[in-house]
Write a protein that binds this ligand. Structure first.
Ligand code: ATP
Ligand code: MG
Length: 168
């Protein structure tokens, strides 16, 4: 469980995970509206070396970004019923050579996401979010638990910087 104190810390955590991500990784993001799913994906993109701005896919279910590894940002909020076309598209993304990040993944059939990483984001204050990780391979669990990016990326007053400065 990692606690972030502002959106930049959530992005930094996403970036740390992005740096350690490999083709074929599927990351499912759960959490209510405004929890920070898209914010985390913005970090993922940064970690994958993507400079394009990541926004929510609005009228399509997926946005594709070119990076060290392609990022497929999928948002299934509008998908009430999983139809054959959507299913086919998802299977293609999941079986592809990119990293898939999926918001609102509850309609995805289980057999497609057996190997998926699950991240749950829960607001614990105005700007605080608690992020938990499940089903991740060690390379991703390690960077997530270290929360390395988070501490390094903390910006703010000198006091905040000192408090969060690495000890070594
Ligand atoms: N620690 C934090 N981490 C992430 N976002 C935060 C944090 N603190 C405040 N926020 C704010 O919460 C909002 C998160 O929005 P975001 O679009 O990432 O949510 P979402 O989970 O993708 O929502 P939706 O379900 O509508 O797609 C932003 O306005 C962001 O500034
Ligand atoms: Mg979103």
């Amino acid at each position: 469980m990692i606690e972030t104190r502002n959106e930049e810390e959530t992005r930094a955590l996403g970036a740390a995970v992005g740096e350690a991500s490999e083709p074929g990784d599927i990351i499912l993001l759960r959490g209510h509206f405004g929890a920070g799913k898209t914010t985390f994906v913005q970090g993922l993109a940064r970690g994958l070396g993507i400079s394009d701005q990541v926004t929510s896919p609005s009228f399509v279910i997926a946005c594709e970004y070119e990076g060290r590894v392609p990022l497929y940002h999928i948002d299934l909020w509008r998908v009430e019923q999983m139809d054959a076309t959507t299913l086919e598209a998802l299977a293609e993304y999941f079986g592809g050579d990119g990293v898939c990040a999926v918001e609102w993944p509850d309609s995805v059939p289980m057999d497609l996401i057996q190997e998926a990483v699950r991240i749950d984001i829960t607001p614990t204050g105005d700007d605080q979010r608690s992020l938990s990780l499940d089903g991740a391979p060690p390379r991703l669990r390690e960077v997530f638990e270290r929360g390395a990016g988070v501490r390094k990326a903390v910006r703010g007053g000198a006091g905040a910087g000192r408090r969060n400065a690495p000890r070594d």
